[in-house]
Ligand binder design. Structure first.
Ligand SMILES: Nc1ncnc2c1ncn2[C@@H]1O[C@H](COP(=O)(O)OP(=O)(O)OP(=O)(O)O)[C@@H](O)[C@H]1O
Ligand SMILES: [Mg+2]
Length: 253
């Protein structure tokens, strides 16, 4: 049986707006499992990012519980949340948010130093391995502004996994990339998942969704559908695409 890493029940999120409340998430239940590659899809504004931010403790749910390692993320102190986000979770966004005056190498090592579990030498060695894996070793001394968007995103992935997160959160990681860079980034995420990395990714992109073993569909602040798929195999991408497309049509995507 699969082991749940994170188990959320009855998650609600509202925002104060114009003197009233906007209810974005209403009673969302979701379990994320060890080693899974889960994708969340849904129309723009359906609450995908809001859900990801609540699950990862980047923002606090208004109600419900999100159990991670026996602790409720909804009730955690800010201090505990900050340490959890640094040690146990990794984050990738559409805009890479690299630090502009640090080199690619420095962008990757800094969160490793903050974690304090490894010596500086160990962090540097791991960063070099990751930069190699992401095929950006040759430009590791460049600043983000001196490399392409795809290279920046590969650096952001290396940074996100430097502390070996139990769970990697990705919000539209290919949203700003061209087709070639999208495929490279998706191949890297698929590779990480094959070596055991648990991933939760939000995407609008069908090609990105094909990489998942499970796709959840969010509408009006709730999960209305779930599709389970066998592990991704490039040779079977066409039939997978047909299956996912048909399912998405049934969700009125
Ligand atoms: N801080 C906020 N204050 C008020 N409303 C917000 C806030 N953040 C998000 N919302 C609203 O919550 C809804 C869901 O937003 P969210 O960003 O989660 O959608 P999404 O599914 O990620 O959309 P997209 O696909 O465009 O990224 C939107 O209607 C948005 O306007
Ligand atoms: Mg979003």
């Amino acid at each position: 049986m699969k082991k749940a890493i994170l188990s959320a029940k009855g998650v609600c999120k509202s925002f104060a707006h114009g003197g009233g409340q906007v209810h974005v998430l209403s009673q969302v239940d979701i379990d994320l499992y060890e080693g899974d590659f889960t994708v969340i899809m849904g129309a723009s504004g359906s609450g995908k990012s809001t859900l990801m931010y609540a699950l990862s403790g980047m923002d606090r749910a208004t109600a419900g519980e999100i159990i991670y390692d026996g602790e409720d993320i909804v009730k955690m102190s800010e201090k505990r949340l900050a340490s959890l986000r640094c040690s146990d979770f990794g984050f990738i966004f559409q805009q890479m948010h690299l630090v502009s005056n640090l080199t690619l190498f420095e962008n990757v090592v800094v969160p490793g130093y903050l974690n304090k579990e490894k010596s500086a030498a160990e962090v540097k060695a791991r960063a070099d391995e990751l930069l190699e894996q992401m095929s950006i070793s040759h430009i590791k001394s460049h600043l983000p502004s001196q490399v392409s968007g795809g290279e920046q995103q590969r650096c952001a992935i290396a940074r996100a996994v430097i502390n070996e997160p139990r769970l990697l959160f990705a919000d539209e990681p290919t949203g700003a990339l061209n087709r070639k860079n999208t495929n490279d980034v998706l191949d890297l995420l698929t590779g990480l998942n094959r070596s055991g990395q648990s991933i939760l990714m939000v995407t609008h992109d069908l090609r990105a969704a094909l990489r998942a073993g499970r796709i959840l569909y969010l509408e009006d602040g709730g999960i209305i559908g779930e599709l389970t798929l066998p592990p991704y195999d490039l040779n079977e991408e066409k039939s997978r695409e047909t299956q996912v497309n048909a399912w998405l049509s049934s969700m009125h995507w």
